[in-house]
Design a protein around this ligand. Structure first.
Ligand SMILES: [Fe+2]
Ligand SMILES: [Fe+2]
Length: 314
C-alpha cells in the first residue's frame, strides 16, 4: 500500500484514539502500534505463565487442605490469564507457538519479579499481597487501553487479581496472629519482596523510552513512576494494619505532596535480572522449555483431532 492510500486510514486511527474509542483487530493500525502491542501483551502473557512457577512450587507443601485449594485455584487463574492474553495477541497476527518460541529464546521478556525464589510459605501470602497488588495497579488502567481485545481481557483478569491480593493478605494476617516464628517469617518475606515489587512498574520515567509513545496511543494510561507512587500509597496503610515494617528507611508521608516519599530500588539489580542474570532466570526458562517439550504430544493429538473433525464435516 502506498503512503497516499494510507493517509486517510491513519487519520481514522488517530481520530479513534482521540475519541478514546477502541481499535479492533480488523481496523487499520500503524505497524509500530501493532509491534508495541505484540511486545506488551506477549510480555504480559508470558508473565502470567512463568508466574505460575514460584507459587506452584508450594502446592504440594501447603500447610492445610484449605490453603492448598486456595493456592491451586490461584495458580490455575494465572494459567487462564495467560491464555486470554495469548489469544488477544493472536488477533494481531502472531501465533501462540511463535510467541512461545520468542519467550524460550529470550527475545521476549516476562516480569522480572518471577525470577526471585519463593523460600517459605509466607512468600505465597507476600506474592498475593504485593505482587498481585502491584499487578492490579498496573492492570486496572489497562481495562481502558485502546486495543479492544487487550482491554476486554484485562477486565476479566482484574476481577481475579483482586481475589489473589485478598487471599495473600488474609494468609499474612493469619500468620501475623500466630507465633513469633510465623511473624518473623512474614517480615523476612516482605523484606525480600518489597523492592522487587516496586521494580515491577518498570524503570523510572526518565529511562523508559517507550512510555511517551504508548501513552499517546492510549496503550498506557499512566507512567511507571505514577503507578509506583500509587502502589506505595495504597500499600503503606495495609502494612500498618498487618503489623509489618516495609524495609525502606526513607519511607514517610509528605504532607505537601499528599503522598509518600520513598527510596529508590536498586536499578542495577533490576537491569541484571532483565538481562537474564537474576537468581532464577535460567531455572524458570528451563522449566518452561521442559513443559513445552513434554506437551508436544498433546498439541499433536489436538491438531489431529481437529483435522479429523474437519474431514468428517466435509
Ligand atoms: Fe494474573
Ligand atoms: Fe494474580
Amino acid at each position: 500500500m502506498t503512503v497516499v492510500e494510507e493517509a486517510p486510514l491513519e487519520e481514522a486511527f488517530e481520530q479513534t484514539i482521540a475519541r478514546n474509542d477502541r481499535i479492533e483487530p480488523r481496523d487499520w493500525m500503524p505497524d509500530d502500534y501493532r509491534k508495541t502491542l505484540i511486545r506488551q501483551i506477549a510480555q504480559h502473557a508470558h508473565s502470567e505463565i512463568i508466574g505460575m512457577q514460584p507459587e506452584g512450587n508450594w502446592i504440594t507443601r501447603a500447610p492445610s487442605l484449605r490453603r492448598k485449594a486456595v493456592l491451586l485455584a490461584k495458580v490455575q487463574d494465572e494459567a487462564g490469564h495467560g491464555l486470554y492474553l495469548y489469544s488477544a495477541t493472536e488477533t494481531l497476527g502472531v501465533s501462540r507457538d511463535d510467541l512461545t518460541r520468542r519467550l524460550l529464546s529470550g527475545t521476549q521478556k516476562y516480569s522480572s519479579i518471577f525470577n526471585y525464589p519463593t523460600l517459605s510459605y509466607a512468600d505465597v501470602g507476600t506474592i498475593g499481597w504485593l505482587v498481585d497488588g502491584a499487578a492490579i495497579c498496573n492492570q486496572v488502567p489497562l481495562c481502558r487501553t485502546s486495543f479492544g481485545p487487550y482491554g476486554r481481557a484485562m477486565i476479566r483478569v482484574c476481577k481475579e487479581e483482586s481475589f489473589h491480593q485478598r487471599q495473600g493478605y488474609e494468609l499474612l494476617m493469619t500468620m501475623m496472629r500466630g507465633t513469633d516464628e510465623q511473624r518473623a517469617m512474614v517480615q523476612e518475606s516482605v523484606d525480600r519482596f518489597w523492592w522487587p515489587a516496586l521494580m515491577m512498574f518498570g524503570p523510572p520515567d526518565g529511562d523508559s523510552p517507550n512510555t511517551e509513545r504508548s501513552m499517546t496511543w492510549g496503550i498506557k494510561r499512566h507512567t511507571n513512576d505514577e503507578l509506583r507512587q500509587k502502589f506505595v500509597d495504597m500499600t503503606v496503610p495495609q502494612a500498618k494494619a498487618l503489623g509489618v515494617t516495609l524495609p525502606d528507611p526513607e519511607l514517610r508521608w509528605n504532607d505537601e505532596r499528599q503522598a509518600h516519599d520513598f527510596g529508590s530500588p536498586d536499578w542495577e539489580e533490576f537491569w541484571q535480572v532483565v538481562k537474564g542474570n537474576g537468581p532464577c532466570n535460567a531455572q524458570r526458562l528451563a522449566h518452561r522449555q521442559r513443559a513445552y517439550d513434554e506437551g508436544a504430544w498433546v498439541r499433536e493429538a489436538a491438531m489431529a483431532y481437529a483435522d479429523r473433525q474437519v474431514d468428517e464435516n466435509v
